[in-house]
Structure formats: structure tokens, C-alpha cells
Design a protein around this ligand. Structure first.
Ligand SMILES: [Zn+2]
Length: 251
């Protein structure tokens, strides 16, 4: 299990990403890096229980549904990752230590402890690079077409992390795009919400991919939306977030 035999991979695996509403003409490009908890069977759940695969360490519960709802409301293109972040994390630079995590919150990830170079390369080439190449291609095409673009990553976070309750219902995370981020934060202040300003996380070029690479480095406004995952548990909650957020994102 620790060194899955890559020669037995079949051709029925999903591609690294899905594009939803590809021809959407919004200025917003939506990304959902942690949309999926899918791990191919040969990895034997990386040694984790089925229950842990449903939890936040494997993906961002509710994020894909919210991202799709936003894509429809904004008529925006959306790119979703199709594999669990436990295999390789699309929102980490490749050189980050936890791009393939050895541990997540309270749990060691047995299937990531002793990886061969071949296996690392496989995950990079099959699950990671295609997603980022697609994002880059789409951004290049929009630039060439003279289309203004804002990059918005859609994520969810766990209400309790390492025993600490998190008070925010939503966080806006940003690096250089403080104008866009503050418009969003201000817009959200008309709702009865506790809004995190670069909370519950900071963006850091050594630890993040979407905002620094696809946004800041290109001079494009880029933010991550982080919504607390207990507020994304049903269609009604998701629709409410989409209704709140769509008009603010397209300001
Ligand atoms: Zn996430």
C-alpha cells in the first residue's frame, strides 16, 4: 500500500479537474481546489478510515456545491479539482512540505509516510500540474482577449481546529488584492455575520498557490472565500451564501 504499483492504474480514473460553465462570461474565474475527497482504490484510503475521508482533512465539504451555485449566479467559469487534497494539495506550492501531507490536524496519513520519488512524480503529473496548467491557459486566453479577470477560490473550513472554536462564519483571504477583499468584507457587513479579515488563515507565498501564483503574480485581484463548513450542510444554506456573495464578487 505504501508504494502503490502504478503499473496497475486503469484508464477509468477521472481527469485531474472538471471545468464547469466553461463559456461563462463573468469577470470572475472561480476555482475550487478542495472540491473532492476522491482517492483511487489502489491507495486503500491512504490507510485512513472511511469516516475520516468524509471529514475536512480530505476535502472542503460543501465547497464544490457553493462554487457551482456561484458559477451559475455569476455566469462564471469554474475549475474544480477531482482528487483529495490528501494525495496532493492543489493550493500548495509543490515545494511546500505539506503539499503531500504527512499529517493533518490530529491524524497521521499512513499512505504518505514513505513515498518513492516515482510516486511523488506520479501525483504531481497526474493530479496537480494539469489543474494548474488549465488555470494558466484560461488566464492567458482571457488576457489575450483583453478580458478583465478576478480569481476567486472557494473553500470551507472546520468549525473547530485543534480544539479551538472558530468564531467566523466566513473569512476573506488575500495577499495583494486588499481593495477587492475589503469591498467584499464591507459588503458582507450588511449581513449579521462575523467576517474574518485574513482569518482563519493568512495567505503566504510559501504555503499558498491560487492567490499568489494565479492572482498576485499576474497583477489580478485574487481572494479565497473560506466558509465555515457547518453552514454549508444543505441546499438552502448553500443557496443563501450564493445569493449573498454573487453580487459582491461582481462589484
Ligand atoms: Zn480549502
Amino acid at each position: 500500500m505504501m508504494n502503490p504499483d502504478i503499473s496497475v492504474i486503469n484508464n477509468t480514473e477521472p481527469s485531474a479537474f472538471t471545468i464547469f460553465n466553461a463559456n461563462g462570461d463573468s469577470e470572475v474565474l472561480l476555482l475550487c481546489e478542495h472540491a473532492s475527497n476522491y482517492i483511487p482504490a489502489r491507495y486503500q484510503r491512504l490507510g485512513l478510515t472511511p469516516q475520516l475521508l468524509e471529514e475536512h482533512i480530505s476535502w472542503d465539504p460543501g465547497a464544490a456545491e457553493l462554487a457551482r451555485a456561484l458559477a451559475l449566479k455569476l455566469n462564471a467559469p469554474l475549475i474544480l479539482g477531482n482528487y483529495s487534497r490528501l494525495l496532493i494539495d492543489l493550493n500548495r506550492p509543490l515545494q511546500a512540505e505539506d503539499c503531500i501531507p504527512l499529517r493533518s490536524e490530529h491524524h497521521d496519513i499512513p499512505g504518505n509516510q514513505t513515498l518513492t520519488a516515482t510516486e511523488r512524480e506520479w501525483r504531481t503529473e497526474q493530479y496537480y500540474l494539469p489543474f494548474h496548467l488549465q488555470v494558466s491557459r484560461l488566464l492567458d486566453a482571457r488576457l489575450q482577449a483583453g478580458k478583465a479577470t478576478r480569481v476567486v477560490g472557494v473553500h470551507s473550513f472546520t468549525p473547530v481546529y485543534h480544539g479551538q472554536s472558530r468564531p467566523w462564519e466566513i473569512g476573506i483571504l488575500y495577499g495583494e488584492a486588499s481593495d477587492y477583499a475589503h469591498l467584499l468584507i464591507e459588503g458582507l457587513s450588511s449581513h449579521p455575520l462575523t467576517v474574518g479579515d485574513n482569518q482563519p488563515y493568512n495567505i503566504h507565498p510559501n504555503e499558498d498557490m491560487t492567490v499568489p501564483v494565479h492572482g498576485d503574480a499576474r497583477g489580478l485581484p485574487a481572494v479565497l472565500l473560506e466558509i465555515r463548513n457547518d453552514l454549508l450542510r444543505n441546499e438552502q444554506q448553500i443557496a443563501q451564501w450564493a445569493t449573498r456573495l454573487a453580487p459582491l464578487l461582481s462589484i
